[in-house]
Design a protein around this ligand. Structure first.
Ligand code: PLP
Length: 402
């Protein structure tokens, strides 16, 4: 296959029409850069939706892939698996958790979290509690269970009946949460930063309030760190900013830097609710993905996190100047290397404008764009990206307002 046009034509002919794709076909990547089928170079400012935190073709990741591919890909969880155990050990030693279960995606990790919470209620507490409170504007995945958990009508519409057992509170608002608790509530599931909901952060004392509330009502606290875990916010896990750890946490996206892997982490008292036969995954934590993910977490904590610490204040300063300089920039929100910008224009055409100029960002709302560059990004790449962004803002600003 040679041209972008051919790739697009073939995709339209043979793939289900589930994605509103940008008219670009990346075929090669290195660091923060992608190349399309015609050889045009793009600065990647969203890393495959916050997945390639070490950028593309990272040498450590490539080496781990090559070494493990020659040794062993898959055997199943019928056996004990060396790298699965080592990765679990690394995650436990670097987090609040005592035990880990591996799966293949974020939605699956969240399914596991809800199943574990329900089992904990029935088996350990001996109570018929199954309800999980999630947040409006949240996003937890696309399985039937997780669209039911997601507090956005647009992802649920047309797929009813939804799975019972979820209620939605307003993100950042403890009183809205307390009002909808019921005797069946067992857990609160929340993203430390709402990514798909438009990069939204609650006030710093929110998580302390959540923890107190969970304590008072004997609820489990579940963090969905699928998007913000693995260094994205400047800490290995986003909960480290508040210092308020959960009882269960889910990871996926950046854990494999592009290989599909998800994880469910839990404290012992709740993890012990699962026994053989309660939960499983054929591919989950196979030797190949866990060997690579082990290198990923080591590289993120060893090299990427110090870079985020150094570079993110610089990016933040440049972004926070935008509302003062451009009337179409309404609000800038974010932390570490995850940023959302509300525009006074439609986000999608703006994203396409940036794409034409060689900058890849994406839309997370009708008027909100998101940036999530590689955690190894350098200052000159940030300068280049901001230059293109400003050109696009200038052009957009000279158009008629919405
Ligand atoms: N949870 C959060 C916070 C996410 O951002 C996403 C995906 O964007 C998911 C869950 C779903 O992950 P996956 O697409 O790997 O199932």
């Amino acid at each position: 296959m040679t041209s972008t046009a051919e790739i697009i034509e073939l995709s339209k002919k043979y793939l289900l029409n589930t994605y509103n794709r940008l008219p670009m076909a990346p075929v090669k990547g290195r660091g923060c850069w992608l190349w399309d089928a015609e050889g045009k170079k793009y600065l990647d400012f969203f890393s495959g939706i916050a997945v390639c935190n070490l950028g593309h073709s990272d040498p450590r990741v490539l080496r781990a892939i090559a070494v493990q591919a020659r040794k062993l890909l898959h055997t199943s969880n019928v056996f004990y698996l060396d790298h699965q155990a080592e990765l679990a050990q690394w995650l436990v030693e670097h987090s609040f958790a005592d035990k880990v279960f591996f799966c293949n995606s974020g939605a699956e990790a969240n399914e596991g979290a809800v199943k574990l919470a329900r089992k904990y209620a029935r088996k350990i507490l001996g109570q018929d509690r199954y309800e999980v409170i999630t947040m409006n504007r949240s996003f937890h995945g696309r399985t039937l269970g997780m669209i039911s958990a997601t507090g956005q009508e647009k992802v649920q519409k047309g797929f009813e009946p939804l799975l019972p057992g979820f209620r939605y509170a307003d993100f950042g608002d403890l009183s809205s949460l307390e009002k909808i608790l019921s005797p069946q509530t067992i857990a609160i599931m929340v993203e430390p930063v709402q990514g798909e909901g438009g990069v939204r952060l609650p006030s710093p004392d929110y998580f302390k309030g959540l923890r107190d509330l969970c304590h008072r009502h004997k609820l489990l606290l579940i963090y969905d760190e699928v998007q913000v875990g693995i260094g994205r916010t400047g800490k290995m896990f986003a909960y480290e900013h508040s210092g308020i750890a959960p009882d269960i946490m889910t990871l996926a996206k950046a854990l494999g830097n592009g290989l599909p892997i998800g994880a469910l982490l839990a404290r012992d008292f709740v993890a012990s609710a699962f026994l053989p036969g309660d939960h499983a995954s054929t591919f989950g934590g196979n030797p190949f993905v866990t060997a690579v993910a082990l290198e990923v977490v080591k590289a993120v904590s060893g090299e990427a996190l110090p870079n985020v610490g150094e570079i993110s204040p610089y990016l933040e300063r440049l972004l926070r100047q935008l509302p003062g300089d451009y009337s179409i920039v309404q609000e800038v929100r974010g932390v570490g290397l995850l940023w959302g910008i509300d525009l006074a224009c439609e986000a999608r055409p703006f994203v396409e404008r940036c794409l034409k100029k060689g900058l890849l960002i994406n839309a997370v709302g009708p008027q909100t764009i998101r940036m999530a560059p590689s955690l190894l990004i350098r200052k000159k790449e940030i300068d280049f990206g901001i230059k293109i962004l400003k050109e696009a803002l200038n052009e957009e600003g000279s158009q008629k307002p919405l």
